[in-house]
Ligand binder design. Structure first.
Ligand code: ZN
Length: 506
């Protein structure tokens, strides 16, 4: 099988993009080669960032929100959720979770999402995903509303966009992924030219239309092999509803010499294994051997996983090129999903050194509080499929050893969370991984919602996590997931951590 470069080649671009976009991307590539001036565009000092959705500025006022985060946590950068259909970063508190001690004291049950700035039509000519203005706050352009006040204070604004969609947008079916039985999925195909044109247009729109410091994109997704096995901290999922097998992915497979028919046959066999394992049936030779036998019989399973993963990383490269084609100084980075902390399989696909060729920074998620219940969920999921031969506690210990942690047993993990030491180890690993090629900003957990009797954030948790990140060599931090779910005392915990670590003066 021929090896492929991580980023789109000239041939790929001409094949998958329209003329004008291709020309601009190619020109961008020519200008976006790594150059000696890259470090000079990094901001001086440590970045102290926080993620905030538009609704918080609407509810509390721009100046007041900035006052609060500057006074309590010395924030000098806001990652403003400008494009998402997800409440996780774009809305108020998750319904059912306690509202924090600031902001409007009611849930936004009608949250919709979309582009919270202004989509300028000239950037969306080559995509079916056109006017995606978020209807949540009328015609308000949140970047126009926040940028002047932030700039006056020296607070940098980053556009924070994520790969989260809703299924009822005009034309969306044209870009959705296709599962192994030919059904449309809610997720969008990262190889679909319409989606690539959209990502290119969105990036250039933000970088051109607003004086922002940078952009961050997040795609909390993985390929069909990991999804079929339920190797995640979310729901297990139906192993037949995995993709993508759309016409563009099939064409990519053909070029790589992978048989689509064999891949689909392999995924059907794998789905059968997963379904019977979840019913508690033990394969004659055990779960792990049966899984591996399927993989040996159908190496196309792994080939399709790589095809998917390459598509995601090509989207990173495309976004990076698009932004740099507008302005060399705009900082482009990526949110690296929490699964990187739990799944050795997904981690294997996230090679920081390679990814750093197309990034100025990474926000590596290291949410230690919700990390406890999430890790326990991940173990529960994989214990029901390919790690079914082990006791759950053994599966957890195996993962700790493989991933390089020393944390609580399964019984105490959901209520106790992961430690600050986990943040330290993950920061160190990320820093070593990028080898100076990009900045590392650990994502710090401040009140990310968890279930009943599960770990809740305290000010000391935040303080210790912040200190651990800088002890690990972090270039900054990003307080996450969003201001609208954070308690003010916990935000102050970040401030204390920063002062104790001598990142800011006392
Ligand atoms: Zn596809």
């Amino acid at each position: 099988m021929p090896t492929r470069p991580l980023w789109p080649t000239r041939r790929d671009l001409l094949k998958t993009t329209g003329g004008a976009v291709a020309a601009s991307l190619l020109a961008a590539n020519a200008r976006a080669e790594p150059s000696p001036d890259k470090p000079a565009t990094q901001p001086a000092g440590k970045l102290i960032g926080i993620q905030i959705g538009a609704v918080s500025f609407v509810d509390e006022g721009v100046a007041r929100v900035l006052d609060t985060v500057q006074e309590r946590a010395h924030v000098n950068a806001v990652f403003l959720a400008v494009f998402t259909y997800g409440r996780g970063i774009g809305g108020r508190q998750v319904p059912g979770q306690p509202l924090p001690d600031h902001g409007k004291q009611e849930y936004d049950l009608d949250f919709h999402g979309g582009n919270f700035a202004t989509p300028h039509p000239e950037f969306y000519q080559d995509t079916v995903l056109k006017d995606l203005k978020a209807p949540d706050h009328g015609r308000l352009d949140i970047l126009e509303a926040v940028l002047p006040e932030a700039s006056k204070r020296g607070v940098r604004i980053f556009c924070w966009a994520e790969d989260v969609w809703r299924g009822n947008l005009p034309g969306i079916e044209k870009v959705q992924e296709v599962d192994l039985e030919g059904r449309r999925l809610n997720s969008l195909c990262l190889r679909n030219p319409d989606y690539r044109h959209f990502l290119d247009g969105l990036t250039r729109d933000y970088a051109t239309s607003y004086p922002v410091a940078g952009l961050m994109w997040g795609s909390e997704r993985q390929g069909p092999l990991n999804n079929a096995l339920g190797a995640s901290h979310g729901g297990g999922g139906d192993p037949t509803r995995v993709g993508c097998f759309c016409e563009f992915c099939r064409e990519e497979a053909r070029q790589r010499g992978i048989s689509t028919d064999r891949a689909i046959a392999g995924y059907r066999q794998l789905a059968g294994f997963v379904q019977s394992a979840r019913k508690g049936e033990r394969p004659r030779d055990g779960h792990f051997v049966q899984f591996w036998r399927t993989l040996v019989e159908y190496p196309e399973l792994l080939a399709w996983e790589k095809l998917w993963s390459d598509g995601q990383h090509e989207a990173y490269a495309l976004i990076h090129s698009a932004a740099k084609s507008v302005r060399r100084d705009v900082q482009v980075g990526f949110h690296i999903w929490h699964l990187n902390s739990f799944s050795p399989f997904w981690r294997a696909e996230q090679d920081y050194a390679r990814l750093a060729e197309h990034a100025d920074f990474f926000k590596a998620v290291m949410y230690n509080n919700c990390g406890g219940p999430r890790f326990a969920n991940y173990i529960r999921n994989v214990h029901r499929t390919f790690f079914g031969d082990l006791e759950p506690e053994e599966a957890l210990r195996f993962h700790y050893r493989v991933l390089g942690y020393d944390e609580k047993g399964l019984e105490d993990l959901p209520s106790g969370g992961l430690s600050a030491d986990y943040v330290f180890r993950e920061t160190l690993r990320a820093k070593e991984g990028v080898a100076g090629g990009a900045a590392v900003y650990p994502g710090i957990d401040v009140d990310i919602p968890t279930g009943k009797d599960e770990k809740k954030t305290t000010p000391d948790d935040v303080r210790e996590a912040v200190k651990a990140a800088f002890k690990g060599g972090a270039d900054g931090i990003i307080l996450s997931r969003k201001y609208s779910e954070m308690r003010l005392d916990n935000l102050s915990g970040a401030g204390r951590g920063l002062r104790e670590a001598d990142i800011v003066s006392r």
